[in-house]
Design a protein around this ligand. Structure first.
Ligand code: GSH
Length: 291
């Protein structure tokens, strides 16, 4: 195996750019870099996010809640462009001291409730609306098991495999091997579970599915890191079956469009303030198909 030795100094210092795709926003300190208040729209729920897998977990949940008739879940979704450092504005850091998307503010409570960490937002919304979390003890516990599994596992997929395979300034065999092995193990965990289970928590669709699909379903469909062939994702047939079922849901399709600023234009909705915002996109699609 080809490798270069690195002898760490006694004390690490931040004296050079690490290189790689996100080098401009990575830094070893927390806190705001500039003063910037957040905008607040007319709806009870204000979301500040971007359509990465962590972001779309929440927009899928909000769209599912609205589709199920929970009008209190109406929301404004504001774009936080992480490449431009929007997550380091003072208003954003007040809501999320961790400076990562997504973050949500619930203005239907007095005082306003801030909710950060995508898993915490999903649980908050499920509890608030009594939806997408099974009520029975076994089903609820299974949904929580898998939700926490996702929150603990996905950093190996994104921060580990994705970083070294797709974003690092050059390819290194050791970390790519290490994380490819772990991601394949995780995919196999899911595939074996989904062989006997319709959804993650049994027969009921839940926030566990919404949390896991944007990461592992996207990986199984070859959408993440252009790694489909490298990781032989076609092997995970049950994950593919489950992903296809979820991706057919209109609320999932809408949720994946919100705060998206890349890819096909008709699938991008940089900000969402009203259900009718999606209709404009449908018209765009019809017009581009006709021309
Ligand atoms: N555990 C967090 C992770 C969120 C996260 O890593 N968000 C990324 C985008 S997917 C981010 O905001 N990165 C910006 C940065 O690192 O400055 C959650 O699930 O909410």
């Amino acid at each position: 195996m080809a490798h270069t030795e690195y002898t760490p100094p006694k004390v690490w210092t931040w004296d050079q750019e690490s290189g790689g795709r996100f080098a401009n926003i990575n830094r070893p300190i927390a806190g705001p870099t500039h003063d910037k208040e957040l905008q607040v729209g007319k709806h009870p729920i204000q979301l500040y996010s971007l359509a990465t897998p962590n972001g779309v977990k929440v927009t899928i949940m909000l769209e599912e809640l609205l589709a199920a008739g929970h009008s209190g879940a109406e929301y404004d979704a504001w774009l936080i462009n992480i490449q431009d450092g929007n997550q380091f504005g003072s208003g954003y850091v007040d809501l999320n001291p961790n400076s990562k998307i997504p973050v949500m503010a619930d203005h239907s409570t007095d005082p306003v409730t801030r909710v950060f960490e995508s898993g915490s937002i999903l649980v908050y919304l499920a509890n608030k609306f009594g939806a997408f979390l099974p009520e029975d003890h076994k089903g609820r516990t299974e949904a929580m098991n898998w939700l926490f599994w996702q929150m603990g596992s996905a950093p190996y997929l994104g921060g580990g495999f994705g970083h070294f395979y797709a974003y690092a300034p050059f390819k290194m065999e050791y970390p790519i091997n290490r994380f490819a092995m772990e991601v394949k193990r995780q995919m196999d965990v899911l595939d074996r579970h989904l062989a006997d289970s319709e959804y993650m928590a049994g027969s009921e669709y839940s926030i566990a599915d919404m949390a896991i699909m944007p990461w592992y379903g996207s990986m199984a469909k070859g959408i993440l890191y252009e790694a489909a062939e490298f990781l032989s994702v076609h092997e995970y047939k049950n994950v593919i079956r489950w992903t296809d079922t979820l991706m057919e849901r209109p609320a999932v399709q809408r949720g994946q469009m919100v705060n998206r600023v890349w890819g096909e234009l008709h699938r991008q909705l940089p900000e969402r303030h009203d259900a009718s915002d999606f209709e404009t996109k449908t018209m765009d699609k019809l017009q581009s198909d006709a021309s």
